[in-house]
Design a protein around this ligand. Structure first.
Ligand code: ZN
Ligand code: ZN
Length: 361
C-alpha cells in the first residue's frame, strides 16, 4: 500500500512540478506523465467536467476544438464556462471517436483527447464531420465506409507521377535521425500508397520544383498552424495540390520504436504514411483500424492499411493495375501494430487520470 501511495504521489508530483516549472522538455520526455499528455496536459484537469462547470482549462479545450473544426472561431473567448456549444462539440467528438456520447468529459474522452494526433481537422468548415461521412452506405447493410475527402474533393488532377523533396535546412531537426534513414522511412510511406493507386512518387533534390516538400519545424513556422511542443499535434499536410508536408520538430521521432528508449517515441513511418494520405486527398476516417484515423499512441506502429484506406484512395484515383484486392499490397514485414505498447499507454492514461481525479478534483 505504501509503495502504491508513493507511486501515485510521485506521478502527481511529476505532473505538477513538470508542467509548472518549465522543465526542459527533453527531461520531461522520459517521464511517463509527459508521455501521456505533453502539450495537452492541462486537459487532464477536466476529468468529469460537464455543462455548467467553470474551470481554467476549459479555454484550452475550446481552443483545441476550434483547431480541429468542432467549434467556430467566434466561440473562442475568455469565457471559461462549459456552455451549450462546448457540450455539442464534446458530443460530436465522442461520436467521431466512437465513445459513449454523454457530452461529459469522462475519463475515456479525456484519454482520447490527450492522445497525440495529426493536426488536420476532423470537422469541415461547413460543420460536416469527416469522420462520420459515409457511415452507412445507402442500400446496403453490410458495406460501411468511413473514409472522407476534403471539401470539393481535391486530388492530383493533371499528373500521376509526383516528386517530393526534403527541405534539408530542416532535416537536422528530426531527432538526430540520419538523412539516409529519413529517406528510407518516407520512401516506404510513399511506396505504400503507390502500391494501391496509380500514382508514383520520386525523390528530387529541388524543393523549388518538387510537388511535395517535406520540412521539420517547431511551434510557429509561418503557415498559421503552429505546432505545440512535444506530443499534442505531431504533423500536418495540406490537401492537393498544395504539397506542404510539415512534421513537429519537438517530437521524439524514431525509425525504430521497438528499440527506442524514450516512452514518448513516435514512429516516424506511421505518421508519414498518414500524412501522405492527406497529400493525395484523403481526410480523416472514423475507422480506428484505418491509417487515416487521426490519433496514434506513442511507440505505436501503424503502417498497415485498413480496407477503408484502400477504398478511399481508390475512390479518388482508381486502383493500381498491379493491385490485387485482398492481397497484402501496401504492407510489409514491419507493419504490425505494436499492441503491447498501446496497452501500456492506455494503462498509463488510466493511472494518471485516476490520480488526478482523486487528488486534484
Ligand atoms: Zn490527419
Ligand atoms: Zn505547417
Amino acid at each position: 500500500m505504501a509503495n502504491r501511495l508513493f507511486f501515485l504521489a510521485f506521478f502527481h508530483f511529476a505532473i505538477i512540478v513538470g508542467f509548472s516549472s518549465g522543465l526542459d522538455t527533453a527531461i520531461l520526455a522520459d517521464l511517463p506523465t509527459s508521455n501521456l499528455a505533453g502539450a495537452w496536459a492541462d486537459l487532464l484537469s477536466l476529468v468529469d467536467a460537464h455543462k455548467g462547470d467553470s474551470k481554467p482549462a476549459i479555454q484550452k479545450l475550446k481552443s483545441y476544438f476550434v483547431d480541429f473544426g468542432y467549434l467556430g472561431n467566434s466561440t473562442l473567448t475568455a469565457d471559461l464556462s462549459f456552455d451549450d456549444a462546448l457540450e455539442a462539440a464534446v458530443r460530436l467528438y465522442q461520436q467521431n471517436f466512437r465513445l459513449p456520447v454523454t457530452g461529459n468529459l469522462d475519463s475515456a474522452t479525456i484519454a482520447q483527447l490527450v492522445t497525440p494526433r495529426c493536426g488536420g481537422i476532423d470537422v469541415d468548415p461547413s460543420g460536416v464531420s469527416q469522420m462520420l461521412q459515409n457511415l452507412t452506405h445507402p442500400g446496403t447493410s453490410h458495406f460501411v465506409k468511413h473514409y472522407s475527402f476534403f471539401p470539393g474533393t481535391p486530388r492530383w488532377v493533371s499528373k500521376r507521377s509526383l516528386t517530393y523533396a526534403f527541405d534539408q535546412s530542416t532535416t537536422s531537426l528530426a531527432s538526430g535521425i540520419p538523412l539516409t534513414s529519413l529517406r528510407t522511412a518516407f520512401s516506404r510511406g510513399f511506396q505504400r500508397w503507390a502500391n494501391i493507386v496509380p500514382l508514383t512518387f520520386t525523390e528530387t533534390s529541388s524543393i523549388s520544383s518538387a510537388d511535395i516538400v517535406i520540412a521539420f519545424a517547431g511551434f510557429d513556422h509561418g503557415d498559421r498552424h503552429p505546432f505545440d511542443g512535444q506530443m499534442g499535434v505531431l504533423a500536418h499536410a495540406f490537401a492537393p495540390e498544395d504539397g506542404r508536408f510539415h512534421l513537429d520538430s519537438s517530437e521524439s521521432w524514431s525509425v525504430n520504436v521497438r528499440s527506442a528508449t524514450s516512452l514518448a517515441a513516435i514512429d516516424l513511418e506511421s505518421v508519414v504514411t498518414h500524412e501522405i494520405g492527406h497529400l493525395i486527398g484523403l481526410g480523416h476516417s472514423g475507422d480506428s483500424a484505418a491509417i487515416m484515423f487521426p490519433s496514434i499512441a506513442p511507440r505505436q506502429i501503424k503502417t498497415a492499411f485498413g480496407q477503408d484506406d484502400i477504398d478511399g484512395a481508390q475512390a479518388l484515383y482508381g486502383a493500381n493495375p498491379n493491385f490485387v484486392p485482398g492481397s497484402t499490397a501496401g504492407t510489409d514485414s514491419n507493419v504490425q501494430s505494436s499492441s503491447s505498447w498501446k496497452a501500456t499507454f492506455s494503462c498509463w492514461h488510466l493511472l494518471v487520470l485516476l490520480v488526478l481525479a482523486k487528488i486534484l478534483l
